[in-house]
Write a new protein. Sequence first.
Length: 364
Amino acid sequence: MLIAIVIILIVVIIGLIIYNLRIHKKIQTFKNINQKITNLSVVQDFMTAIGETTSVDDKIKKINDILIEKYEIKYSTIVVFDGAEYVVKASNVDPRHWQSLKSLQDVDMFKDSIATATPKYVTVNNDNERLPYQKMEFGRAKSAIFFPLYIDNVYIGYWIIESGVAHDFDNVDTTVLEVIKDNIVSVLKTVTHQKTLESIVRKDLYSGLYSEEYLYGEGRKIIDQYTTSSICMFRITNLEEINKNYSRELGNEVITEVSQKVQENISDTYVFVRYMGPKFVIAFSGVDTDSVADFLNDLKNSIEEMDISLRDENGDIIEGQTTKVTLNIALSTYYKGTGLEEILKKLEEYLDNADKNESDITNI
């Protein structure tokens, strides 16, 4: 009888063990599914952040905020080498600590991590200790994981997460963190082209206007505040003839005075740039083409009535250095979120291939 009871208990115990193992497996499966959903949500938020009409630095800050919120990270800092120095691109740590956070590549314990492209986990064992890289801050962080960042096998910086609790990352799922790190790298890689455009924007010497690249960065931020806008490209059709038949100095004066005339007559909410050579672009933010056409016609007539002259040091007109200009204008509608560069290419092709004697306003 006793043997039968023991056998029954053994069977029950084995059954409970099997049941608990199944429950544990289901819980782990649920956790994995939940983690995948979270990761997918983060990726979607990343893509939304990339698509926003903001600067590269703003996008990286937004991404860091997403990481902090979604994964409940105490401190998160992204540091990138800009070609000259290490720069804190995003961090929720007090800025007075940024100097040490952007110098981690010089800390011995992280040098091996960078060299081997592997994460480095550091922590303290009691409250009297501090992490080796900490200088001014004593009690802010008690544990941290350092992730070197690479784009196409080229080291570009690092991401470091920190906690105010010792050993807080002992049981963390590093595979999830690796996925997050890869997503950060993907974002940095995606916005590299935009950053290049932002950094090469220059002001033209003679017109005082920003160059074409401005349209794709700060300019687009202004334009995309509206659902639709009118994009105008105009060409000074006789600028090459002025340079050739009069002088390049008079041609430069033409560019200066035409630019000034346009700026005097348009709102500050519109984007006006020197596109290339004799071509200029005005983005009428939030205005439809029908409303713009009459204004452009009046502006065109006003500019073409101008006598533009080259003057000497005394302000006197130089003989034989006076000219008039002719404009050819093309106009199109831009819809927020679509390819601005495609519209500009279409307008440019039209003006470049138009008859030299054409001097109209064409809606494309």
